[in-house]
Design a protein around this ligand. Sequence first.
Ligand code: AMP
Ligand code: ZN
Length: 466
Amino acid sequence: MALRFYNTLSQQVEEFRLQEGNLVRMYTCGPTVYNFAHIGNFRTFVFYDLLRRWLAARGYKLDHVMNITDVEDRIIRNSIEQHKAIKEYTEVYEKAFFEDCEVLRLTQPERWVRATEHISEMAAAIAKLGEKGYTYTSEGSVYFRIASFPDYGKLSHNDFSGIRAGARVDVDTYEKADARDFVLWKSPKDGEPFWDTPIGPGRPGWHIECSVMAIEYLGETLDIHAGGVDLIFPHHENEIAQSVSLTGKPFARYWLHSEFLLVDGQKMSKSLGNFYTLRDVLGRGYPPETVRYLLASVPYRKQLNFTFEGLQSAKTAVERLRNFAWRLDQEKFRPGANEKIAERTAEAERQFGQSLDDDLNTAGALGATFEYLRDANVAMDSGDFREQNVPAARAFLGCFDSIFDVLRPSAQKQSLSDAEVEARILARAEAKKARKFGEADRIRDELTAQGIILEDTKDGVRWKRK
Ligand code: AMP
Ligand code: ZN
């Protein structure tokens, strides 16, 4: 069976086929750098990484673009509050994000693109939508008229036929029931930073950002567009409306969406305050490979409930894998080859591939791996596993690790840099100001775990290393 993915657009599992050649043009929605990414966000980013790795393992070449949303409402609000330029505010979090990606061994897309570096292209696209009659302007802001796009709702499978013409929404994220004309260009309110462009002063809405950068780098029709399920509506629905209205072509052929990481049955999110950053978790002594393993272990279309017990089991699983790799490297096996073991190894590799071909069924792939480990360990104990069975077993483990990438232990993380400490202290102050005391305490605990002592004084926070 060939490689298959569940396509949100058709609501079917479909065979993955390119229109031509073997280059996959893929766009995935990246982080909004207004704060540290939490491990819920990283579940989605780990999914992108697994997708990249499996496409490559199946012989595809990749042209993958991921955006950095470095201008939006929360960024504007926080940067004004902190008297900082947008860039000055976002670069701390952007840097932290890249560091976290490296720690989690996420393979890099071929291109990272920042919204703030494509403002004139976005303004030009909005002007073009205007010329084609898809937009209207109100108080300097430009809106997309969804009644002008009959296919609106096809991705999220919503029926919007009863929508009131002219009702509009200025925020970038909103509920289904709020499906209204969405904002493409926001005119600046008092004191807000803005760009001067031929369509007037202002800043782009979130949705136009992805349409414009995807088309610019990947062409009018992408092969794959991916994101978390929360992006299906309105973000991806709006991306389709804008892009198809601009080009007249389908925007993406396969739409892949990953499910949430939950905490106690609720989506892990900043707004609920129930989140852990990667740094929180590492600060509690869990190695990054454990987090990577946990996030990869449940197939991307299933929800995953985060618990520290789950993380502990992931740790045990990684240790079992390493133990097996160690046996292969260190033990002396009897000479010769055992045909049955050779077949068992080939079978495991086949099952591993078939599972990942099946819409990236990582649980199936891990199941195949651990059943093999159990059988091979028994054969090693009984002396049935022979010297000449080692290379194939090693090759299978190599194939496993080219996707899951957990065998190599990470170097112990050195202590936080001064800049990282300052950033955490700032985040704690913000949390306190927003009366999110639980979050503030957690940041203090995380710092304490890293040997950083905070002292609240009347002149602000002082800190020192233990
Ligand atoms: P943001 O930085 O808020 O723009 O989100 C970045 C990515 O993380 C998006 O693709 C979201 O869909 C995804 N995301 C946010 N929360 C979660 C969660 N709890 N579990 C999985 N993915 C999430
Ligand atoms: Zn996007």
